[in-house]
Ligand binder design. Structure first.
Ligand code: IPT
Length: 954
């Protein structure tokens, strides 16, 4: 017997978007119509299936007093009811569209509310949901209003006729899984709940319903044209422009245009018979012209990031201050663009983008990535039954967000393959809004789009595209190129950003890109620090692939953001120390340099001896000037390393940054560093147990260093291992070699040190060893040669690879343990972490820190915290000078412990400090989703020799 019953829950698996809701419209705040926020504490009951409970809870009089409580906006799984699930692209349920599992966590929500005393009795009212995941059915005072899907899109219901002055019962049934889930397969946590605002809006008679602000800019005449279309007639005023016109009528006046760099907004008003609505108007024109994306007549360069909405405790329920924090952090780090991956954000975020100035690619709430596993068979975007749902989603995005000047592109969605549904969306969007361009990455033929967009294309391919040698369809060949995702910021990295930026700045067709992604989606966890995939016992999960942001879950910038800020800085500062000039280039697209103040400083051995203001002309975009630096300070000591530093700072407070905030900088050497020299005048002597040389003692049997003066040093030896980064490990689908895996295979984490000889010579102690892994023929013949002038100790390490090395080395240097150390001082790159392909932001100078502060707390622990180009450092009573410069890391745990740790809390600091002094580090790359390190950043197993001069600090 086989049958299927038709039940009241069929809507859950219906491909239709829903029923009962009002048509979509612009999201705006009225100046005079009342509204009532229904955010707050709601009664909550969780059921295991969609039909476990009947709908009697929606009846007035139902007593939900014994139910639990949840905060709205919020996700119930982050409030103690059930658990979050993280998958990247795999559906966490069987793929059988549009069916969903019987086990379908369902949250019944009830809120009882009174109308405020001054709530008008005339007109109507609308109940608005800004976001509910993934499917909701709604009742007010026992009357069903309808049901909807489209988690990150607004839905409104007309409710005026149902409202009572007091005791209104709003009941919402939310299902975690629905047909809509098939359209929402974004790489993020699955988090059911009413996670955005719920608001009751009074709609006075004669109020505005929907309106469309058309505000274009003619860069030839300098005039803007404004027309506000409204489905309820009224007048439009903009006092600063003397505009007072009827809706539907155009007016052209001289204006200052809006751009992300100069976000000029004009306050205006739309007044209808029943309502007054504030407008914030930005005049700008976006076109595709000469194969380029142009705004106000100029080609723009995106320096962008993909932003998911994330808060470590609240998930995707963000408050305004968190959104503002994101925007301010972006502006302060020189970003100019956001792709709202992969759904329209909370609408207030777009207000902030208008206000502070960010180009926005507004992306529709659509992704069907899991169908890739079946070669896209049954993909909803190529199945006409789903097209109404796709068009509904497109309309809800466009109508909601159409009045934001910051939005320059509509994106159809992400990773959904190709299909007729996408084409239908693009056609509808182009028809509805011809003032913006359409983006979608998934179709490399660009059938429906106005830009050729790719993700994670390697540098060489990007260059080929820049040179227009990539072929492709005729249409594609005429389109500009962006990387909607690149620079995968998972863990330590991404590397290679500067190399991308060089390409973007060299070829007109390349109009920049968007780093993946803004923030680590770690969930605050009492035992783990931050939880990631698998930490909630998920049956399927993708681990820490969800922690791949430029900022940590608590919004502290990670080194990747600091690097990106430097790479995309809007002012080029290149100097020539020898002739004392600096070439300043304005890399903005619209702004001149008048908002910036320039400053020069002169460093001797990393210490600033003199500084002053540098007068730089207010260069127009694209212009350069050679500016003469002052005479170098007369008292600059001879025989030292000297350099210039030139910085561009905010000349005064701006909306997003204080006066003196650093925007860009450059450094250039004047005289080179004298290398440390130690005369080998001391002769090693031996007792039964110890060998003595200068200030040091060694174990007589093994030749291992024991003390330098009063400082105990132990376990000093060659080290090639680093705790693999996410980028070292690479993603399993990567086709090119993943060295993190091979390093482990070849045993670089378990190298054995064979002692071959301890030789006491006239002027040196020489220790000969062979460092090699069990099971393999490869090895590193390693000689430690110690000399001294009686006060200082010099170690020269010579390394000669043996056998057939097919992998680069993770690192090459020495490591040792200090029984005690805390404060660290150095002259070299800083203040933050750097690796060969992530060191643009490493500034040469004198820095200090503590061992604890040197650590970069990646959510999944891994190699971190190296400082680059170090001339000398002091730690634990030792002074170490490098010949040549070196890298260092220092930690209160071993590399092996770091490697074994899965969460921050697995690392327990000990007193012993492990110091690595490296001659080389392998590049970082972006192979967790993208290219590995470029060849020039490889640390190849090659013969090497490097020295350190060690002495006790007095
Ligand atoms: C790409 C996705 O668009 C994005 O959502 C995210 O998953 C990112 O990768 C990796 O973190 S898809 C990529 C696997 C080609």
């Amino acid at each position: 017997m086989s049958f299927r019953t038709t039940t009241a829950i069929d809507y859950v698996e219906d491909v239709a978007p829903g029923s009962g809701a009002l048509p979509p419209r612009a999201w705006y705040a009225s100046s005079d119509a009342k509204s009532l926020s229904l955010n707050g504490t709601w009664r909550f009951r969780l059921s295991p299936t969609a039909g476990a409970e009947d709908d009697s809870f929606a009846e007035p009089g139902y007593d939900a007093g014994a139910w639990a409580e949840v905060a709205v906006p919020g996700h119930w799984v982050l409030q103690g009811h059930g658990s979050p699930i993280y998958t990247n692209h795999l559906y966490p349920f069987p793929v059988d569209p549009p069916r969903v599992p019987t086990e379908n966590p369902t949250g019944d929500h009830v809120r009882v509310f009174d109308l405020p005393d001054d709530w008008p009795s005339d007109g109507g009212a609308v109940l608005r949901f800004d976001g509910v995941e993934s499917c909701a059915r709604v009742w007010l005072n026992g009357t069903e209003l309808g049901e909807f899907k489209g988690s990150r899109l607004p839905h409104e219901f007309a409710v005026g006729q149902l409202l009572k002055p007091a005791g209104n019962v709003l009941a919402v049934r939310v299902h975690q899984w629905s047909a809509g889930s098939y359209l929402e397969d974004q790489d993020q946590w699955w988090l059911p709940g009413i996670f955005r605002d719920v608001t009751l809006l009074h709609r006075p008679t004669g109020s505005v319903r929907d309106f469309f602000v058309h505000a274009s800019y003619d860069h030839v005449t300098g005039e803007g044209t404004l027309r506000v279309d409204s489905d309820v007639e009224g007048r439009v005023t903009v006092p600063a422009l003397d505009i007072d016109v009827a809706t539907g009528e155009s007016m052209t006046v001289a204006v200052e245009p809006w751009s992300a760099e100069t976000p000029r907004l004009y306050d205006g008003r739309l007044v209808t018979e029943g309502e007054s609505v504030p407008l914030r108007i930005g005049f700008r024109t976006v076109v595709l012209e000469d194969g380029l994306i142009k705004v106000n007549g100029k080609a723009i360069l995106f320096k962008g990031v993909n932003r998911h909405e994330w808060h470590p405790e609240k998930g995707r329920a963000l408050d305004l201050e968190t959104m503002r924090e994101d925007v301010l952090l972006m502006k302060r780090h020189n970003l100019n663009a956001v792709r709202t991956s992969h759904y329209p954000p909370h609408p207030a975020f777009l207000d902030l983008c208008d206000e502070y100035g960010l180009w926005v690619i507004d992306e529709c709430d659509l992704e069907t990535h899991g169908f890739v596993e079946q070669s896209w068979r049954d993909n909803p975007v190529d199945d006409e039954r789903w097209t109404p749902a796709l068009l509904d989603r497109a309309a809800r995005m466009v109508e909601r967000d159409k009045n934001h000047p910051s939005v320059v592109f509509w994106s159809l969605g992400n990773e959904a393959g190709t299909g007729r549904g996408l084409t239908a969306m693009a056609e509808w969007i182009h028809g509805r809004d011809s003032s913006r361009l359409v983006h979608y990455e998934g179709d490399w033929n660009c059938r429906d789009t106005d830009v050729y967009s790719r993700m994670y294309a390697f540098h060489d391919e990007v260059e080929k595209i820049g040179r227009k040698l990539d072929g492709g369809t005729r249409k594609r060949r005429e389109l500009p190129f962006i990387q909607c995702e690149y620079g995968h910021a998972m863990g330590n990295g991404p590397g290679g950003l500067a190399d991308y930026q060089k390409l973007f700045e060299s070829y007109d067709r390349l109009q920049g890109g968007f780093i993946w992604e803004w923030i680590d989606h770690g969930i605050k966890h009492p035992e783990l620090g931050y939880a990631y995939g698998g930490d909630f016992g998920e049956e399927l999960h993708d681990g820490n692939f969800v922690c791949d942001g430029l900022i940590f879950p608590d919004r502290t910038p990670s080194p990747g953001l600091v690097e990106y800020k430097k790479v995309i800085e809007p002012v080029g500062i290149e100097g020539d120390g020898a002739d004392g000039t600096v070439r300043v280039t304005n890399k903005y697209d619209f702004a001149d340099l008048s908002a910036l103040a320039f400053e020069w400083s002169y460093q001797v051995d990393g210490e600033t001896v003199e500084a002053g203001a540098l007068s730089v002309p207010a260069l127009a975009p694209g212009e350069s000037a050679d500016v003469k630096l002052p005479e170098p300070p007369a008292d600059a000591r001879g025989g030292s390393e000297t350099q210039w530093t030139v910085r561009a700072l905010l000349a005064s407070d701006t909306a997003w940054g204080p006066k003196d905030h650093e925007v860009a900088w450059g450094q250039f050497p004047v005289s080179a560093r004298p290398l440390p020299a130690v005369a080998a005048t001391d002769r090693p002597t031996a007792s039964e147990e110890l060998i003595y040389l200068g200030p040091a003692s060694f174990d007589a049997r093994t030749g291992t260093l024991k003390t330098i003066g009063g400082v105990d040093v132990s376990a000093l030896r060659l080290d090639v291992w680093r705790a693999p980064t996410d980028n070292d490990d690479g993603a399993e689908w990567q086709t090119d070699t993943r060295y993190g895996m091979l390093w482990r295979k070849y045993g670089l984490h378990r190298m054995q040190h064979r002692l071959d000889a301890v030789e006491l010579g006239d002027d040196a102690l020489t220790v000969r060893t062979r460092v090699a892994p069990a099971a393999w023929e490869v090895g590193l013949s390693t000689v430690y040669r110690w000399t001294s002038d009686g006060t200082k100790l010099r170690l020269t390490v010579s390394v000669a690879p043996e056998g057939d090395w097919t992998v680069p080395l993770p690192r090459l240097g020495i490591r040792f343990a200090l029984a005690q150390a805390d404060r660290v001082k150095w002259f070299g790159g800083g203040p933050g972490e750097a690796y060969p392909d992530t060191k643009s932001a490493s500034m040469l100078g004198r820095w200090h820190s503590t061992v604890d502060e040197l650590q970069t707390p990646y959510v999944r622990p891994q190699e971190n915290g190296a400082r680059a180009d170090v001339r000398w450092m002091e730690i634990g009573g030792l002074r170490i000078e490098g010949d040549p410069e070196f890298w260092f890391t220092a930690r209160r745990w071993t590399t092996e412990q770091l490697d074994a740790a899965r969460h921050r809390t697995d690392l327990t600091p000990g007193d012993t400090v492990w110091v690595n002094l490296d001659h080389g580090q392998h590049g970082i790359g972006s192979q967790s989703c993208g290219p590995g390190p470029l060849p020039q950043y490889f640390l190849r197993a090659e013969p090497a020799e490097f020295s350190f001069v060690l002495s006790e600090v007095n």
